[in-house]
Design a protein around this ligand. Sequence first.
Ligand code: HEC
Length: 144
Amino acid sequence: MNFDVFVGTGMGNLPFMQTDFDGPCTGCHSKGQAGLWLAADPTLTFESMKKFPYIQKFVVGRVDGDGNFKDLVPAGRIVDKAGEACPPGADGCHPLFGVSDEMKASVEQFVSITLQNLAAHTCENGIVSSQDAGPLTGPDGGTP
Ligand code: HEC
């Protein structure tokens, strides 16, 4: 994982994403609560999210037919959490929130660039050398 990619894709904004009625994510996840570490300080967020178990909110391992580790795939937990229904009769559900297209793109780009860097062994310099990386564009078509 590369901090420049983290900042460059806009992931520094994630802790400040708002819930509908309960304030920003960092209000409840500033110290790794519930396996998600979203501190106001982007360096702390980055360094924490790099580690297990937090990293599972970004990627999960996929296994082959024999149950052996195959590769890492996007976990989608952060964006998917927004759409989770509260089971009827549940006692206390997660605060409601919507994810903007911009934030969705930030998470997707950060995870996909990181996986490409991992595959190409370019995590240190953050350069994506994969041929099928696709253009790095922001939601408005410009560079993010
Ligand atoms: C008012 C407190 C509060 C706020 C604000 C809050 N959360 Fe949570 N979050 C929780 C609690 C409590 C849990 C554990 C129970 C659960 O999963 O609902 C949790 C769990 C989670 C999980 C991990 C569990 C899983 O299903 O993978 C994710 C991801 C998550 N929150 C995302 C967010 C995001 C993104 C935001 C900001 C938009 C946010 N939360 C804001 C209280 C909060």
